[in-house]
Design a protein around this ligand. Structure first.
Ligand code: GTP
Ligand code: MG
Length: 409
């Protein structure tokens, strides 16, 4: 494929010419999907060209409104930022693939950038890993613009095949959050791992919510103490988040409970739509707020109570599927992020052999979760955790306890 600059040589901006590469008429200076990776325009500055020659089908009428909304959002985020102080601040250096890189994509002017950011697409990864249809629906951008952006982001990130050795290099960088129980950590391969979706399912009072609370405290610890030096984002769908439990757990670890509480960003989801929106909004906070753990407690409670009757089943499963993909995509985009969800169980009375309790949500949730752990009650404070589905871990059981101080062996 020839470079756009070469094909255009000798013509004035805005003049038509015939492109022999794709046998179509082009206009000099416009960016075309087929030539996007070569869309550089010699002596004109990128910024000038973007403003003059965007071949998108979006309209810019509400630009002022968007800019205003965006600046309000940034102010709110700045205020929020002032309130936080981290215990184990992460100082790892990363190549920038964030907002600045998105701004440099071909065809991205101020209005497009604002639309992308408002919809949660503030990094090259978030654009490259999201289906174009989802980007279009959520940002309001047109089909052409979206496919151009996705392709350009993929090119910039060099996405494609890689060797198993590269995959191994990547897996060696996986970090884990301790659960505070050595036994439970052991069966999980070291704790809740980054890049995965870990699901705890079990009957009521089996410790699902307690484990979530403990992980929110532990993620803040420095790496050498079993944390990731980051913040937690807690999405509570059942109204069972208890700051007093966080205080107990923080004090048991000799941490300043005020700081620990500040480092947990809390969102109460009142219905399934709200839960979906909260996760979409979370996408924008992860990098800025150094979030290393997302909790959804519980994943499908709202869906189960809202979609009632056989006729709604297909619709419900589709919505849960999209929601799980939103979550999984976050782990692809943010490699230092762990996601932990809880799930209820349903009884299968026709089971004659094995466990009659099955995780709710059917195959959709089963396929979405990377690691599934079944919890059941033991004697007194004891609980039993069984890893039932994991790509790299054997089926194994661990016994842990729930005490006033949190999770222990
Ligand atoms: P559902 O959300 O109802 O499905 O249950 P769950 O699995 O989330 O249960 P959760 O994690 O809330 O566990 C509740 C259990 O934790 C209680 O029954 C107690 O046994 C235990 N627990 C909670 N707080 C304390 C505490 O302060 N001290 C002690 N010793 N145990 C506690
Ligand atoms: Mg619970």
């Amino acid at each position: 494929m020839a470079k756009a600059t070469e094909v255009n040589d000798g013509l004035e901006l805005g003049k038509p010419y015939f492109c022999t590469e794709c046998n179509r008429s082009h206009v000099k200076g416009k960016i075309y999907k087929d030539h996007i990776s070569f869309a550089t325009f010699g002596n004109k500055k990128d910024e000038e060209l973007k403003d003059e020659n965007i071949t998108s089908d979006e309209d810019f009428e509400d630009e002022a409104e968007l800019i205003e909304a965006f600046s309000e959002l940034s102010e709110e985020q700045d205020e929020l930022e002032d309130d936080f102080e981290l215990i184990g601040e992460d100082d790892s250096e990363e190549i920038d693939t964030g907002k600045a890189a998105v701004k440099k994509l071909p065809g991205v002017g101020e209005a497009t950038l604002n639309k992308l950011i408002k919809a949660g697409f503030s990094s090259l990864e978030s654009i490259a890993f999201t289906p174009p249809k989802v980007i279009m629906d959520e940002s309001g951008l047109g089909e052409k613009t979206t496919s151009k952006l996705v392709k350009a982001s993929m090119d910039k990130l060099n996405l494609g095949f890689k060797s198993a050795e590269d995959v191994w290099e990547h897996r060696k960088n996986i970090a884990r959050i301790t659960t505070s129980s050595q036994e439970l950590d052991d069966v999980l391969g070291g704790g809740a791992e980054t890049g995965s979706l870990l699901e705890f399912f079990g009957e009521f009072r089996t410790g699902k919510t307690q484990i979530c609370h403990q992980l929110c405290v532990n993620v803040q610890l420095p790496k050498e103490k079993g944390g990731l030096g980051g913040r937690a984002l807690y999405i509570d769908t059942e109204g069972t988040f208890r700051p007093e439990r966080i205080i107990h757990m923080a004090e048991a670890l000799d941490l300043d409970h005020k700081k620990v509480l500040k480092n947990i960003i809390f969102g109460r989801a009142y219905n399934s739509d709200h839960q979906i929106v909260l996760i979409k909004e979370a996408a924008n906070l992860i990098k800025e707020k150094n979030i290393k753990l997302i909790i959804v407690d519980s994943l499908i409670g709202h869906f189960r109570s809202e979609y009632i009757g056989r006729g709604t089943l297909a619709n419900r499963q589709q919505t849960i599927n999209a929601h799980m993909h939103d979550l999984l995509r976050l782990t692809d985009i943010h490699t230092e992020l762990a996601i932990v969800v809880t799930n209820q169980v349903q009884s299968k009375p026709d089971t004659f052999y094995g466990n009659p309790l099955k995780a709710a949500g059917g195959n959709i949730v089963a396929h979405g979760s990377t690691i599934r752990v079944f919890l059941r009650k033991g004697k007194g404070e004891q609980r039993v955790a069984k890893v039932v589905d994991a790509p790299h871990l054997p089926e194994a059981e661990a016994i842990f306890c729930i005490t006033e101080n949190g999770i222990t062996d």
